[in-house]
Design a protein around this ligand. Structure first.
Ligand code: AAO
Length: 511
């Protein structure tokens, strides 16, 4: 029995459900559209020192160059070949990034687009990020190589060749998603070609993959590719470690394809998480924070050990994908910080923090007509992520992951890792608090009146520095101080007009 449990535990650590982060690091950050040279520097100068576990990077393989509209972010979801060659950088720069990040204990996860190649309307030519020739009409991608045989044109049974109904699982998986040429993953040649691409990345040292558009691939086809993958590079990972897998499946209910169909392959993105949390924190539909008492599976989410969670992602922060208007983003900074703070304090799931760039929005009838705008650039060349004197980012990079409240909550999550959800308190409305065993405690006031309450924190007696309003530096605190008495109780006062109406304390910030 003991041996069985040990094998089970080791199996979990080495398997596709574990992000393989360094001991004591729990969260990953999506550095959306960043260049490899900037990510390498960020790992060394910021992510490692602040306890970030890993980085999700934008698709590194060659994509179509779209000029109308001019260089949208979404051109990177239209592969032309598997050469590592994009606006984020070339293969040498990618290798250098992976090595330098791994050397400081920060993992790299690649966004892998396996479902399709470019859109059917992309014509023919060499307008691709590495100049590889392709012909979308004839399904010719000689730089891979793929030809007409490797696509699902014959298998798709919809009239248009595209997905017309999400209620028909055959259409969703065998037809074109918004015109994107649908690869035939039932073919061993296609599976082997994809696996060879992923294996090149594994050998370079990546720790895992976000698999794009998994709803549009058969779970068994994905498994067939994953079964061909190498174990992680033993320069940085224990031998026998399988790549971390998290599959993008949008399951908000109401469709025959569900997240659970993909659990055997790895984790799955839980889209209900951000959609619901946004609704609660915005106080829409009569939702209250007090209802978060049974947050997680109690809300109909997938099992925690299968979930990858986030407040917003690169799609739904600009109206793509799913989640709708309730999704909170950096544009609603005050509520956003509360939502990210709640996510990072709560034990459910593997957490991913979003890091964005600013673009000029233009709402017409509730839709942003500028939802396509690509990263900050000069004539299509991505701008450097510059760092200001106050540690924020320049050149229109938002760097939410550097906001004090978010960065400190990433540290909070590391400190309380493994501790149970405990000491829940609420006022029946939007004032709530909870702890993580005897390591950390967080209090929110999202009501229109002040909070003043003495609460059981579960923490050892002493004076703690609130990591939302400030930082512990040496033995002093630049923010609010909270004194916990020997019985674990502490008095909290949070004005509803506070800049950030929440307080978080943990044993790593005890004075
Ligand atoms: C671009 C152009 C297109 C053009 C195409 C081909 O925008 O006009 O036809 O090129 O030339 C991204 C962009 C796309 C872009 C594409 C390729 O978002 O605009 O197309 O790159 O450049 C579905 C998929 C999901 C996908 C999501 C965007 O299931 O996998 O659409 N996300 C990933 C990436 C994303 C990327 C791709 C996939 C493609 O994260 O960045 O696209 O590589 C329902 C379904 C969802 C479905 C949504 C949206 O959701 O359930 O599965 O997502 O519809 O179509 C309520 C419902 C909810 C519903 C939602 C929206 O919330 O509860 O279920 O409404 O209707």
């Amino acid at each position: 029995m003991k041996i069985f449990l040990l094998l089970f535990a080791l199996g979990f650590c080495w398997a596709q459900y574990s992000p393989h982060t360094q001991q004591g690091r729990t969260s990953i950050v999506h550095l959306f559209e960043w260049r490899w040279v900037d990510i390498a520097k960020e790992c060394e100068r910021y992510l490692a020192p602040n306890g970030y576990g890993g980085v999700q990077v934008s698709p590194p393989n060659e994509n179509v160059v779209v000029t109308n509209p001019f260089r949208p972010w979404w051109e990177r979801y239209q592969p032309i070949s598997y050469k590592i060659c994009t606006r984020s950088g070339n293969e040498d720069e990618f290798r250098d990034m992976v090595t330098r990040c791994n050397n400081v204990g920060v993992r790299i996860y690649v966004d892998a687009v396996m479902n399709h190649m470019c859109g059917d309307g992309q014509g023919a030519g060499t307008h691709s990020t590495c100049g590889s020739y392709f012909n979308a009409q004839t399904r010719d991608f000689p730089a891979v190589p793929y030809s007409g045989w490797d696509f699902n044109d014959g298998k798709c049974k919809s009239g248009s060749g595209g997905i017309e109904s999400y209620q028909d699982i055959y259409q969703v998986r065998d037809c074109r998603l918004t015109g994107l040429l649908d690869l035939a993953l039932e073919k061993d040649y296609v599976r082997s070609t994809l696996a060879a691409y992923l294996n090149r990345l594994i050998d370079i040292g990546v720790a895992g993959f976000r698999l794009d558009a998994c709803k549009h691939m058969w779970p068994g086809d994905i498994k067939a590719v994953l079964d061909k993958l190498n174990n992680l590079n033993t320069k940085w990972f224990p031998s026998g470690s399988k790549p971390f897998i998290y599959q993008e499946v949008i399951d908000l209910g109401g469709e025959p394809i569900t997240s659970s169909q993909y659990f055997g392959n790895g984790r799955v993105t839980e889209f209900k998480y951000g959609a619901k949390l946004g609704t609660v924190i915005r106080r829409w539909n009569g939702e209250k924070m007090s209802y978060l008492k049974n947050w997680g599976e109690g809300w109909g989410f997938m099992p925690s050990d299968r979930a990858l969670v986030f407040v917003d992602n690169h799609d739904n922060q600009r109206g793509h994908g799913a989640g709708g208007a309730s999704i909170l983003t950096f544009w609603d900074a005050r509520l956003y910080k509360m939502a990210v703070g709640f996510m990072l304090a709560h034990p459910y799931g593997v957490t991913r923090v979003m890091s964005s760039y600013r673009w000029s929005r233009n709402f017409v009838n509730g839709k942003d007509t500028n939802d396509w705008i690509g990263p900050p650039n000069n004539n299509g060349v991505t701008k450097e992520v510059t760092i200001n004197a106050d540690t924020t980012c320049g050149n229109d990079w938002v760097c939410e992951h550097r906001w004090r409240q978010i960065r400190n909550m990433v540290i909070f999550r590391n400190v309380v890792d493994g501790q149970p959800f405990s000491n829940w308190w609420d006022n029946g409305s939007n004032q709530v608090a909870f702890g993580r065993g005897n390591k950390g405690f967080i209090v929110f006031n999202n009501d229109d009146w002040s909070l003043s309450s003495t609460l059981q924190t579960g923490l050892p007696g002493g004076t703690y520095c609130d990591v939302i309003s400030g930082d512990k530096s040496g033995n002093s605190c630049t923010g609010i101080k909270v004194s916990v008495s020997s019985d674990g109780k502490a008095y909290f006062s949070i004005s509803n007009s506070a800049e950030d109406p929440f307080i978080a304390i943990h044993v790593g910030a005890k004075l």
